[in-house]
Write a protein that binds this ligand. Structure first.
Ligand SMILES: NC(=O)c1ccc[n+]([C@@H]2O[C@H](COP(=O)([O-])OP(=O)(O)OC[C@H]3O[C@@H](n4cnc5c(N)ncnc54)[C@H](O)[C@@H]3O)[C@@H](O)[C@H]2O)c1
Length: 291
């Protein structure tokens, strides 16, 4: 009985230590909008928790359909934030999101996280060589063009402060072929191109910076939709000198990109992948090859 209690306490202390970071107040006084927290596995969820710990205030948003799951309200309570539903492909809903957010937060925002991805072709197991073109358009609209819409709405409303920072999440399939990533690869290429192009225009007009973070494969609802994801995570782990980056570590990188410590970083695609993108092969993979 006593031993069991000790084990429970040790597990609790271990988990607490792993999930709590010391706050450095990196985002003290900053206001933001966080897209894409669906459940506690979502990368955006971790970003919200870390942004809260670092002193930021923000609104949370997701597609109205995702609200039905209800989990986002728990996050809102935990981070003392309001939830504003918005379909990121709908310009009117985005306008409402930016105006309500400014009202709630008391002024322009300093950071925006775009953590949105969805492909009907992936969901419905279409092959890249047999795509449904209506779904292909949806993939591009939801996963990439939505970033353009967010930036266009924000710049037309002048809703982001000077030196503000917008981060969108992407994947290395934008540069290299990963067959099962399907039409999401095309969406990520477009997303990274929008980042460069809008980053130029928003940088010159308002000193707002725009970057993508290219994250390791991570177990989340969107990630797990990709065929053979478990095997792929294992492969990627073995192909990365530091191993796969976790969603919490991705959140920490996002926080640094929202902070004033990275003020002159813009129009970049930043790899957060334990070294995967620079690796040709590893001994760990070679040892398994031919097993
Ligand atoms: N999980 C991975 O392996 C991985 C790796 C690299 C990059 N990413 C990227 O990270 C981002 C976040 O994904 P995640 O892995 O946390 O999964 P997730 O499923 O938790 O997040 C995806 C989010 O997109 C939202 N969304 C879908 N359609 C929308 C719409 N029309 N309007 C507004 N929101 C909408 C969903 O509701 C969900 O909250 C995505 O861009 C994804 O491509 C993920």
């Amino acid at each position: 009985m006593k031993e069991n209690l000790l084990i429970y306490i040790s597990i609790f202390l271990y988990l607490n230590k792993r999930t709590k970071y010391m706050s450095h107040n990196l985002l003290k006084g900053k206001k933001g909008i966080i897209f894409g927290a669906l459940n506690d596995m979502s990368i955006a969820w971790k970003v919200a928790e870390r942004a809260h710990e670092e002193g930021a205030t923000f609104t949370l948003t997701n597609a109205p359909i995702a609200m039905r799951m209800g989990a986002i309200n728990d996050l809102a309570e935990k981070t003392n934030s309001k939830v504003i539903p918005a379909d990121a492909t709908n310009v009117e809903e985005l306008k409402n999101l930016f105006s309500e957010s400014q009202e709630i937060l008391g002024g322009k925002v300093d950071f925006v996280l775009h953590s949105i991805g969805m492909s009907p072709n992936v969901r419905k197991k279409k092959k890249y060589t047999g795509l449904n073109y209506e779904w292909y358009k949806q993939t591009l609209d939801v996963s990439a063009m939505s970033l353009h819409k967010v930036l266009q709405v924000a710049s037309e409303m002048d809703a982001i402060n000077e030196w503000g920072s917008v981060v969108a999440l992407t994947y290395i399939a934008a540069q290299r072929i990963f067959p099962d990533y399907n039409d999401m690869a095309d969406a990520k290429s477009l997303l990274e191109s929008i980042t460069r192009s809008f980053g130029y225009h928003y940088g010159t007009s308002k000193k707002v910076r725009v970057n993508t973070i290219s994250q390791s494969p991570t177990v989340t609802t969107a990630g797990s939709g990709v065929t053979g994801f478990d095997k792929f995570i294992d492969f990627s782990e073995n192909m990365s000198p530091l191993g796969n980056a976790s969603s919490l570590d991705c959140a920490n990188y996002c926080i640094s990109m929202f902070s004033d410590l990275t003020k002159y970083v813009t129009m970049q695609n930043l790899f957060h992948d334990g070294g995967f993108s620079s690796t040709g092969v590893t001994n760990a993979v070679m040892d398994r090859f031919g097993e």
